[in-house]
Design a protein around this ligand. Structure first.
Ligand code: NAI
Length: 271
């Protein structure tokens, strides 16, 4: 059921790679709730072609941008305003990639060039997006920016590797820029810390299946799905959350606040 939560709102949605992507679900939900938006992803991701299908479904234009390139981001914000007919009201940052994770480098044996890339793509890109938008004054008053993150920023999950460091920086950028953009245009900036979700980026993390199952058994409500994440993100783009900013918001069925669950205790008892 749609509520018209985003009627009349314009936005930019990054990171929709395929129909499993969290950004893909956010795009469908934002469309359902009445928003118009542009879609963006790294030029290299366009080759997979799936995003065209989403664009058609959402009646949205695609503007390729490598999130590490300020030039590409300037083009993204300028073109989006042209296409949508005004400043944007919401931005989704749904971008993450670690060459160290991809190539199986252990945390105690990182390749530092790749480490820089992990941080640039997965965290500094949020700063670059926000700074570009700020300089172009491209986000309207009371606009909302949401970036997706994971709890490895607060607690250690060994297999999450250098992405944990990137997420810690991402969350810090959201707090710091949330202050500056709040003062400037009452724009809010938050991160949503999502449950493990079977997507391209998620499944790339070592031992994902086991960890997914563990989190499912720990969280009293179970793991939050990508669709449920989209529901939550849409509320953060809506006018109902105008005073929520600089927060890291857990969307994880209660996992982050659970010490141990009866299900996990039961599994240990069997050993
Ligand atoms: P995904 O693989 O569908 O999305 C990641 C996106 O990042 C892809 O669309 C990819 O093309 C894009 N990307 C990579 N390098 C880029 C660059 N240089 N410029 C622009 N875009 C680039 O996977 P998912 O899970 O939907 O990831 C979205 C966000 O959610 C990421 O920040 C991820 O860390 C976060 N997240 C994912 C969880 C999971 O278990 N899947 C859990 C918590 C957070």
């Amino acid at each position: 059921m749609a509520y018209g939560l985003l009627n009349g709102k314009r936005g930019i949605i990054s990171g929709a790679l395929d129909d499993k992507s969290i950004a893909w679900k956010v795009a469908l939900k934002a469309k359902e709730e009445g928003a118009i938006f542009t879609l963006t992803n790294a030029p290299i991701a366009m080759r997979m072609g799936a995003i065209n299908q989403l664009a058609e479904q959402c009646n949205a234009e695609i503007i390729p941008a490598d999130a590490t390139s300020v030039e590409d981001l300037e083009n993204l914000f300028t073109k989006s305003q042209e296409v949508l007919g005004g400043k944007v009201d919401f931005v989704l940052h749904s971008i993450g990639m670690s060459p160290n994770v991809r190539k199986g480098k252990a945390y105690a044996d990182l390749n530092y060039e790749w480490y820089k890339q992990s941080v640039d793509i997965s965290a500094m890109s949020l700063h670059k997006m926000l700074q570009t938008a700020y300089k172009l004054d491209a986000i309207s008053e009371w606009g909302s920016v949401v970036a997706l993150t994971y709890m490895a920023a607060q607690r250690t999950f060994p297999f999450y590797n250098d992405m944990a460091d990137a997420k810690a920086l991402l969350e810090s950028v959201a707090r710091s820029f949330g202050y500056h953009y709040g003062k400037y245009r009452n724009v809010r900036v938050n991160t949503v810390s999502q449950s493990p979700t079977p997507t391209k980026a998620g499944s790339g993390i070592g031992g994902f299946d086991k960890f997914f199952e563990f989190a499912e058994k720990m969280a009293p409500l179970g793991n939050a799905t990508a669709d449920q994440c989209a529901d939550y993100v849409v509320t953060l783009f809506s006018d109902f959350t105008r005073m929520v900013t600089m927060q890291n918001l857990f969307h994880d069925g209660g996992f982050s606040m659970t010490g141990i669950s009866e299900e996990v205790m039961g599994l240990l008892a069997k050993e």
